[in-house]
Write a protein that binds this ligand. Structure first.
Ligand code: 6R9
Length: 660
């Protein structure tokens, strides 16, 4: 292996289990092995077929890909297509108006279901209302809403009229909201009085008021959905959603927008610096999100009930809540609240209640459920589940196996187990990629615990060394994407240079994803975490994921985060933060036990120098551990900017637990 920061994955390489799909699953699978071959033989032809078969175009496209201005792609050039029409009207026209599009479950237990016909009407009303407020094609609309149907309605109404939505996660602060409103020069803000969190009202509107208090912004109107009924202050910009939208006409004709018309901007953080407004356009994004939703999850839209637990504030909520499930005409569940309200079985209760067949969630949630114990999911009937998905970070083999054994074999409350556990699909992608890029297909791929494995048909990924040369099987390096793909970002809002510099300057002619990866002996891809999470200890490259997986595999440990702390002698030293799931026996030296465990599992070099037992780990709202903050603790520095934490008391809790 070459020098520098290419990660290794020695302990994950010990992972040799592999699970082939059952014959029954294969027989009914939507995706066919021939798709890989067709895409390989004629990549652009494959995507052109997918675009035409998946979407209804107002005007057909004349060119599949224009890469003449690389790295800015144009897909399905000359085509005209309306995203909202594809997600809604066409299903009603095709006789599916009575199919449920969204089963909404509010945190307090209130529910609402929208059929395709009802959702289409609601979006037409919102489109008319936004237009009456002066929003026109190309204008930006900031969306600061909880997980309620109005969030989806707002996004689709924007898409319908060609306005560009910029969803700002409801957990972000007033300052974060203002900087995003300013950067995109939003004309309209759509928000709510608030939402519910663990049985208590939680407000949103005051943050909007605070964000817009200082003059100099571009906002002309603020639309406010009444959700939790709390009193709110009222400004001259404010209008109630129920007064403006719900009284608007429900007739609205969708017109096709250019395939390359911007659909949305979504801000995402780099490791440092100002958030980047990732720009996505219409035709390519819709094609790849819909195709991957169909193939990765083996979607049978007439019978499946899909539930993606992501908030619409993240790309997963854009692609696999608002767009793909509706473009595919499927039925989905949307849940407003937290997994532990009013009890730790809430998610499983929802799966049981709606007969969810496909569940798509994040490793952090799975590890939380592991910590809470299997008796909770075991007491619900999860027999409807048939595909389980994972996204957001590398999934430890331990969590993967728990997901399979506990959730994937549950065949009812009576303790019966399924003969064939449900396939698990680990999906690697990013805000920038727009849709799945690496994922096993559940009726084709024999899955391996902890690996996203193979590029989806029509996508070319690779792992390269420092110099950009493809590494051999068994070797590690940097994950790159070799060819432009339909759902790729088209740039960073207002900053094309940063786009080129961030993604296209590291390796000539390749998209640099920022992730470390390894090819195993079969050529399957294992993700190792961000390359900035890679440690170098005495010249040995260690991945944070590798050591975390080892720690989590120990019966004492519920969750673990590992960082490299600067060390004069060894370059970096491994520092681990762990949450325990059991009270260790009296007199047990937990730290020594865990150090020895890692030493045995991976090798003495990987033994954490320090292990701190902590009550919580610092996570963003999307569940990513903020290792940067832990690094500050490990290196004895003052803790840096912690404003994007889901729970901002965590760092204090950690500091306190270390003083003890
Ligand atoms: C969809 C999403 C992107 C980063 C990405 C990588 C990590 C996401 C992963 C995964 C390993 C997976 N990531 N899925 N790592 N296995 N299945 O999460 O987008 O919020 O932009 O994050 O998340 O590090 O580069 P985003």
């Amino acid at each position: 292996m070459s020098e520098t920061h290419i990660p290794t994955l020695d302990n994950l390489s010990h992972e040799t289990r592999s699970f082939a799909p059952s014959a029954e699953f294969v027989a009914n699978a939507i995706a066919k092995p021939e798709q890989y071959e067709a895409a390989k033989a004629n990549r652009l032809g494959y995507w052109a077929d997918q675009a035409r078969n998946t979407l209804t175009w107002d005007t057909d496209f004349t060119e599949t890909l224009d890469w003449s201005e690389a790295p800015v792609a144009k897909w399905f050039v000359g085509g005209k297509v309306n995203a909202a029409y594809n997600a809604l009207d066409r299903h009603v026209e095709n006789g599916l108006g009575d199919r449920v599009a969204i089963h909404f479950e509010g945190e307090p237990g209130d529910t609402r279901s929208y059929t395709y016909a009802q959702l289409t009407e609601a979006v037409k009303q919102a489109a008319n209302a936004f237009e009456s407020l002066g929003v026109a094609k190309g204008d930006r609309v900031a969306v600061y809403l909880p997980m309620i149907p109005e969030a989806v309605i707002t996004m689709l109404a924007c898409a319908r009229i060609g306005a560009i939505h910029s969803v700002v996660f409801g957990g972000f602060s007033a300052d974060a909201l203002r900087s995003r409103v300013d950067d995109a020069e939003a004309k309209l803000v759509v928000t709510a009085d608030g939402t519910w969190r663990r049985g208590k009202p939680s407000s949103l509107k005051p943050a909007v008021d605070e964000a817009l208090a200082k003059e100099g912004h571009t906002v002309q109107n603020v639309l406010v959905v009444k959700r939790n009924g709390e009193d709110v202050a009222w400004t001259p910009l404010d209008k109630w959603w129920h007064e403006v939208v719900e009284t608007a006409s429900n007739e609205h004709t969708a017109v096709g927008h250019d395939s390359e018309h911007p659909l949305f901007v979504l801000y995402t953080s780099g490791t440092t610096g100002k958030p980047k407004g990732i720009v996505h356009t219409t035709g390519g994004y819709l094609t790849q999100t819909a195709v991957t939703h169909r193939d990765t999850f083996d979607l049978h839209p007439e019978s499946d009930v899909f539930w993606c637990t992501a908030d619409i504030g993240w790309v997963t909520g854009h692609s696999y809540v608002t767009y793909a499930p509706l473009v595919n005409g499927s039925t989905q569940v949307m849940y407003e609240g937290t997994p532990d309200s009013p009890h730790q079985g809430r998610w499983w209760e929802i799966v049981q209640k709606y007969g969810v067949t496909i569940l798509y969630t994040a490793p952090t949630a799975i590890r939380t459920f592991m910590k809470w114990g299997r008796s909770i999911p075991d007491s619900f009937d999860l027999s409807s589940l048939r595909v389980l998905g994972s996204v957001g970070e590398p999934i430890n083999p331990e969590a993967w196996m728990w997901y399979r054994d506990v959730i994937g074999t549950n065949n009812g409350k009576n303790g019966e187990r399924k003969e064939h556990p449900t396939p698990i699909v680990d999906t690697w992608w990013q805000t920038e990629t727009g849709a799945h890029m690496i994922a096993p297909l559940p009726g084709i791929t024999a899955t391996k615990p902890g690996s996203a494995q193979v590029a989806v048909p029509g996508i070319t990924v690779d792992v390269v060394d420092e110099l950009g040369h493809s590494v051999a099987d068994g070797e590690g390096g940097f994950l790159v994407i070799r060819d432009p793909w339909p759902a790729m970002l088209r740039g960073i809002w207002g900053d094309m240079d940063r786009y080129k510099d961030t993604y296209w300057s590291r390796f000539e002619g390749m998209y640099f994803a920022g992730d470390g990866a390894k090819k195993d002996e079969d050529g399957d891809i294992w993700l190792l975490g961000r390359v900035d999470d890679v440690m170098n200890v005495s010249g040995h490259r260690l991945s944070t994921t590798e050591i975390e997986s080892s720690l989590v595999a120990h019966p004492y440990v519920a969750e673990a985060a590992v960082v490299g702390a600067k060390d004069e002698t060894t370059g970096e030293a491994v520092v681990a933060f762990v949450i325990l799931q059991v009270e260790p026996p009296e007199g047990e030296d937990v730290v020594a036990t865990l150090r020895n465990h890692v030493g045995k599992d991976i090798g003495p070099i990987a033994k954490p120098r320090h292990i701190m037992v902590v009550p919580e780990l610092p996570k963003t709202r999307s569940g990513k551990i903020m290792r940067r903050l832990l690094k500050d603790v490990a290196e004895g520095r003052e803790v840096g900017d912690a404003t994007t934490l889901a729970d901002n008391t965590v760092m204090t809790q950690i500091a306190e637990s270390m003083r003890k």
